[in-house]
Design a protein around this ligand. Sequence first.
Ligand code: HEC
Ligand code: HEC
Ligand code: HEC
Length: 359
Amino acid sequence: MLPKWYDKWVSENPKDIFGPAILIGAVGGAVLVAALLVTWGRPLAVEAVQTGPRGTGMSVTKFVSDRATPDPTAAAYVSVAPVVPQPGDARARTAVPGAEAALGDLTAANYERLVGQMREWTGIPDLFAGEENYQTVVARSMIQMTQNLNENWEGHVNLSGQAGVNCYTCHRGQPVPTGVWFKITPVSEATAGWASVQNRTTVQSGSTSLPSDALEKYLLDGETIAVHDLESRVAQDVTDGSSPTWQNTERTFSLMNYFDNALGVNCVFCHNSRAFYDVGQNTPQWAQAQLAIGMVQELNIDYMTPLQDVLPPERLGAQGDVPKIGCMTCHKGYQRPLGGMDMVSDWPELRASGEPVYQ
Ligand code: HEC
Ligand code: HEC
Ligand code: HEC
């Protein structure tokens, strides 16, 4: 095919064409990758929040694209500044026909403002319109619950001094907040005990094989959260119920899994994973979470359970139990509800019980 002189020349002047080809290929490939990175950005870029000392691997890593997505309901939050009362301002009790007695001491302007906003926050347009609506009865205790949260649980809901909670923290414009939970139903009447809570695809277990009753045991019944201890079992009497068992361990991990999902974090947000048992190596967030466990128990026992006879049957769970609060009810999968937004400065009426203090 090729002229003879060419074959002769090639055999007399051997050339290594692979070297240059590899070089050109590599350089060309690198240029292509660089061009793609410039045009696409870095879709898989991650950002880490360091939670512990350097070198211990304690960081919560997330895709930058996820971090950039704020809680979509935060943008829809509406707040209205209070109207500082002037001497002689008419009180709601006399000025507003049919005013809710518990809020009667507010000035008419602040009454309208608060009730109007509570209707928006809960998505119930006729809230406080009349006694026959059970929602009005529920709302009374919800106001006390919110005041109690801001007044007595500041160490959790307002540690930063600029957060706090109001109705919107849980409700987000809906009568029934998302992230409530119920007792789980046994698989059948014949199953009870451990078999009926383990290996079930339930929301409570995050669809893992871990026990589904962790929220009930720890956020309602107040059972001790514990895993196996570091002592030898031989010397212990495991039958007296005081030593944590393997089942307690699994239930604890089920709760911890729930914490992670409720806050959108991982375990090292609160623990040093080399020593889960060592409180001394935990982060400050662990202490804030520890406080939340007692807080949520109180919400469920003192405020939700008494609504048993007030809520209509369609609001109750399959076991006939009231909806209950968990970390998810406020946090909704985010480290801080609504990104730590200020929910109380505009609402002295909900900040504490008693006479509101207007600035
Ligand atoms: C910590 C979370 C939380 C906060 C804060 C909160 N609520 Fe609720 N609320 C709940 C839960 C949980 C329910 C039970 C849902 C149901 O009724 O099925 C509920 C139910 C209600 C209901 C009954 C809704 C229905 O249709 O059954 C009303 C009304 C209500 N809340 C009003 C308020 C008002 C007003 C505020 C603020 C003063 C408030 N809530 C603050 C968690 C909260
Ligand atoms: C939001 C903070 C938080 C996150 C996230 C968290 N934990 Fe915990 N963890 C706690 C708190 C608070 C306790 C202590 C509860 C108590 O004793 O009252 C605890 C207790 C434990 C215990 C029991 C320790 C003991 O001495 O008995 C283990 C084990 C544990 N967590 C493991 C985990 C694992 C595994 C993860 C990740 C899946 C995790 N935790 C995520 C806050 C957290
Ligand atoms: C009544 C609403 C509410 C409930 C229920 C709730 N939290 Fe919180 N939590 C908050 C608020 C509000 C903040 C932000 C406080 C601040 O920034 O001052 C917060 C902050 C935290 C923080 C600190 C986050 C950070 O960025 O440092 C942790 C950890 C936490 N919560 C864990 C929990 C756990 C675990 C539960 C369930 C056992 C829980 N919370 C239940 C309202 C709630």
